[in-house]
Write a protein that binds this ligand. Structure first.
Ligand SMILES: C[S@@+](CC[C@H](N)C(=O)[O-])C[C@H]1O[C@@H](n2cnc3c(N)ncnc32)[C@H](O)[C@@H]1O
Length: 295
């Protein structure tokens, strides 16, 4: 993903010695350091870090500097430029992973009635196929919410071919999602009819997601800015509270790619603060932050 005419390396080279260093911090952190790191975030992940994210970048990356035994952000930028493996830790550190079960629950009411219940009815006597994608799934609460909604609605689950693809750029959250265990107080976010699918593990105050619901979900690392390695289309795509970190052109391109990946009649669910501006051929708004791919 290009940003203007400068590459991250060029931004680094042009940065000047220690312009704008704030000296009362544990690590020297100049304007040029922030700009250079913001450029890497944009080029690698499409994440647009505005000036207001300066303190956040400092505090999240300070942990990396400590772990690596570095003493300035300039050293960290040099290290990042030379070590491809550090890019993963960099992205993991700067991505915002806030999520919870049944977040923006009206989306799951819609999914249940317009996708899952209709699927169950249409396939009462046949073998059905359903694909749902949670794009930017963080630690798994979103795809597991989808899984338990499906499990509750479709009693003969094993007869059908149902898969939920859960992807994120951040390898750390993907690992947590794949484990399928959550703190006991997560139950507060789960409506009572679904609490039966979250049971104490017996170790600490931890809940495990129902085995059959878990088996519906496949976690994979995927950077949305890169090529998508799957061929099929989806009945529903969730990309919620992810595009808020992207700029307008990145978001518009992503929406176009999602539209191509939806079945005619399939649904795109986006976050409450992400409503789509401009025209999006092939999509119609059918509910609060819910779009339908035209047939
Ligand atoms: C705030 S969480 C949203 C989680 C969930 N969708 C929800 O609404 O609760 C945003 C997620 O987007 C992921 N993300 C950011 N940039 C990404 C990219 N370029 N490709 C894939 N995932 C990305 C982050 O790692 C993070 O886990």
């Amino acid at each position: 993903m290009a940003l203007g005419t400068h590459s991250a390396a060029a931004a680094f080279a042009n940065s000047g010695p220690a312009a704008g260093v704030e000296s009362d911090r544990e690590f020297a952190f100049s304007d040029a350091d922030f700009r250079g790191l913001a450029q890497v975030a944009y080029e690698q992940a499409g994440i647009a870090l505005s000036d207001s994210k300066r303190n956040l970048v400092y505090s999240r990356l300070s942990r990396r500097l400590r772990a690596l035994g570095l003493s300035t952000f300039r050293e960290y930028r040099e290290f990042l430029a030379e070590n491809m493996a550090e890019r993963e830790s960099f992205i993991n550190a700067i991505s915002t992973n806030l999520t919870k079960f049944f977040r923006e629950s009206h989306h799951f009411d819609h999914l249940r009635s317009e996708v899952v219940a209709k699927f169950a009815k249409a396939n009462a006597a046949s073998l059905g196929r359903m694909r749902v994608w949670s794009a930017g799934c963080s630690s798994g609460e979103e795809p597991y919410t989808i899984a338990v909604v499906i499990k509750k609605e479709i009693r003969d689950l094993e007869r059908h071919d149902i898969r939920i693809l859960a992807t994120d750029i951040d390898t750390e959250v993907i690992g947590r999602g794949a484990r399928g265990e959550y703190p006991g107080n997560s139950v507060d976010d789960i409506p009572r009819p679904y609490q039966e699918y979250f049971t104490p593990t017996g170790t600490g105050d931890t809940l495990a997601v129902d085995r059959q619901a878990r088996a519906l979900v496949a976690f994979k690392r995927l950077n949305l800015m890169e090529q998508w390695p799957f061929k099929g289309v989806f009945d529903a795509i969730f990309c919620r509270n992810v595009m808020i970190y992207f700029d307008g052109p990145t978001k518009a391109k992503l929406i176009q790619r999602y539209t191509e990946k939806l079945k005619p009649g399939g649904f795109l669910y986006i976050g409450h603060s992400e409503s789509l501006n401009g025209s999006h051929p092939g999509l119609s708004l059918v509910g609060r932050t819910i779009y339908r791919r035209e047939a």
